[in-house]
Design a protein. Structure first.
Length: 387
């Protein structure tokens, strides 16, 4: 595979999964194109070869680069002079590890949807492989791409909130309040199936997002947790509701709630951080506002691309103040950050990312460790489980 002119051309992107009827595949493709850094040129878009070909036609991918499976794709693309620079993995969770391993071993950089794998052991093995291979690995915890999330991270890091004491994060949805998986809805089917989703349901799907957001903004490291996982919908094997208390190194305390059976909630990701000098509050459904409450002073609202923001937040904003940005732009910010890092590695220098800490293989391991601790705690009746 040639790296020729990778600094001046679009990065050639391949995709595994994400064919017709797949929500997240479309999101990744839009994100990759939004800042004009990538061009989709190849894919194994479905587990069925015919469906993969049909998806390729719909996505304007050349028929000879629509592969019947990801192993064939990795082998063929690694041999091409114009082979892909990076692959996006947007399959159900149980395939992430093997697909990532296959492409890393073929010398191809990887962008992977979360959770990185279904087991902690696989996550650690993948981290070792990334280290050995020297390839780039990016994990799409997309909420870290929001401009005001990066502002919050910068404010915590520069001490504006003082010593962090309390972190509260929640991520409620309502779409699995009924046994939707029994009605043929593809997204519900695989997310509630332990063979494809892994041992965690709601926890792995959205609880990991909430946990990563808390970690990304505060920089705190988990010390121990006490979790209660429960499946409310009759016949459902995996959890659809999670309550959790967390203790962080240094003394901060946290609470996390994620649920997919909370009627009235669409995508209610919310983070609150309280320190000795003030607090911050951010809601994903109103992502262009960050509420800063200095102790003893009136609360103030910071707006995306508005006055009073730091360099990291301004660098992650695309359009003027008052023009809403959201989910797709945050996803695109990660893809642009990843492109900068991929190019920098190929040219032998460090990327100039203003918001260091874009999600990588280490975050993937951290997420799986978080899942395994929560599962262990819940099995012990909510007992405290430490690292």
């Amino acid at each position: 595979m040639s790296d020729h002119n990778s600094a001046t051309r679009r990065l050639r992107l391949g995709m595994v999964g994400g064919g017709e009827g797949a929500f997240i595949g479309g999101v990744h493709r839009i994100a990759a194109r939004l800042d004009d850094q990538y061009q989709l040129v190849a894919g194994a878009f479905a587990s069925n070869a015919e469906r993969s070909q049909a998806s390729a036609v719909a996505l304007h991918v050349s028929p000879e680069r629509a592969y019947p499976d990801y192993r064939t794709m990795a082998m063929a693309e690694s041999q091409r002079e114009d082979g892909i620079d990076v692959v996006a993995i947007v399959t159900p969770n149980h395939l992430h590890y093997d697909v990532a391993k296959t492409f890393l071993e073929a010398g191809i950089d990887v962008i992977c949807d979360k959770p990185m794998t279904t087991t902690l052991e696989d996550a650690q093995a993948l981290a070792e492989l990334v280290e050995r291979s020297g390839r780039f690995f990016g994990l799409t915890h997309n909420y870290s791409g929001y401009s005001l999330v990066r502002q919050a991270r910068e404010m915590v890091a520069t001490g504006e909130l003082g010593d962090i004491r309390v972190v509260q994060v929640e991520y409620p949805q309502d779409w699995l309040s009924t046994p939707l998986e029994e009605s043929g809805v593809k997204q519900a089917e695989w997310r509630t199936d332990p063979k494809r989703s892994g041992p965690a349901g709601c926890l792995g799907d959205i609880g990991t997002h909430a946990y990563h957001l808390a970690r990304f903004v505060t920089g705190l490291e988990l010390e121990s947790l006490a979790a209660d996982l429960h499946a409310f919908v009759e016949g459902r094997v995996l959890d659809d509701n999670v309550h959790m208390m967390m203790r962080f190194k240094g003394g901060a305390r946290g609470m996390l709630w994620s649920s997919q059976v909370a009627p009235g909630n669409e995508n209610g990701l919310k983070l609150r951080v309280y320190g000795s000098h003030g607090g911050l509050e951010w809601r994903q459904e109103e992502p262009n506002r960050l509420i800063h409450s200095p102790l003893g002073e009136p609360s103030r609202i910071l707006t995306r691309n508005g006055p009073g923001l730091g360099a990291a937040a301004l660098a992650a904003a695309r359009i003027p103040p008052g023009h809403p940005e959201g989910y797709l732009e945050a996803f695109a910010q990660l893809y642009s950050d990843f492109a900068e890092q991929i190019r920098a590695r190929r040219e032998g220098h460090e990327a100039q990312i203003l918001a260091q800490g874009t999600p990588n293989v280490t975050d993937g391991v951290d997420g799986l460790r978080f899942i395994s601790l929560a599962l262990a705690s819940s099995k012990q009746g909510g007992a405290w489980v430490g690292l």
